[in-house]
Write a protein that binds this ligand. Structure first.
Ligand code: KIV
Length: 266
């Protein structure tokens, strides 16, 4: 595992005002390169269900898949904090389920786990923490509640919903999570939460005032077809590069230009 960052290092980032750069990634080589690039946290997010497996939501990912990808990423990462994501139904039924599922992700090489939800999951979070496993919270537009929200909508726009998110962030902090992801909420609300709690707040679609930012690696690399959220910044066009490279290969084969002599054995 080498000299990976710990949850204490991540908390220290907030104390000294250094922004935290986090990415969700799911396979060995991608994790290796983004670790080398200096990402502070690598989350094996359940978003893999959409960007790796092509599903419409995160709801059908199971714990086995999350464990499998966590193991691959953990093998690659030398510096970043590795966080495993708890899939839908791997923790919701009971605190006992939560501890067993979190433990499997730790056994796969994660140093902490992330789960979605507010006050309703305080007992689950407490049980995981009691087992010695650090927890990252996730509030705002939590994709596992897709059907409750009626889609991937902005959460916390009206005063009542905003105060529920703030209240949940305070409750999670008091329960002992080391950090919270805030997804798709107004910047002003994210700023208020960031200023209110003393643990790092990591935003995704939550504006510039958070202690850190997280994005899905496929989104920053342009490795998607027709969907990219407004809040993601595209740094490369891998979809274009893959399509063009594969088309060139196909053409070379069809034209009998591949393989050449140097690509063949005597
Ligand atoms: O699953 C995921 O990738 C996430 C992050 C985008 C926060 O939950």
């Amino acid at each position: 595992m080498g000299k990976r960052l710990t949850i204490h290092d991540i908390v220290d980032f907030k104390s000294r005002g250094e922004p935290i750069a986090a990415l969700a990634a799911y396979d060995y080589f991608t994790a290796k390169f983004i670790d080398r690039a200096g990402a502070d946290i690598i989350l094996i997010g359940d978003s893999m269900n959409m960007v790796v497996y092509g599903e419409e939501t995160t709801l059908t990912l199971d714990l086995e898949q999350s464990i499998y990808h966590t193991r691959a990423v953990a093998r690659a990462v030398e510096r970043a904090l590795v966080v495993g994501d708890m899939p839908f139904l791997s923790y919701q039924p009971s605190p006992r389920d939560a501890v067993f599922s979190a433990g499997e992700l730790i056994r796969a090489g994660a140093q902490a786990v992330k789960l979605e939800g507010g006050r309703a999951f305080l007992d689950h979070i407490g049980a995981i923490l009691d087992a010695g496993i650090p927890v990252m919270g996730h509030l705002g537009m939590t994709p596992q509640s897709f059907h409750k929200f009626g889609g991937y909508r902005l959460v916390g726009k009206d005063a009542e919903e905003a105060s529920r998110v703030l209240d949940a962030a305070i409750a999670l902090t008091e329960a002992g999570v080391f950090s919270i992801v805030l997804e798709k909420i107004p910047s002003a609300l994210a700023r208020k939460i960031t200023e209110t709690v003393d643990i790092p707040i990591i935003g995704i679609g939550a504006g510039p005032y958070c202690d850190g930012q997280i994005l899905v690696v496929n989104d920053i690399l342009g490795l998607f077809d027709d969907f990219s959220p407004k809040f993601a910044r595209k740094y490369a066009d891998l979809a274009g590069i893959i399509t063009e490279s594969a088309a060139n290969f196909v053409q070379d084969v069809k034209n009998k230009e591949f393989p050449n002599k140097s690509e063949s054995y005597k």
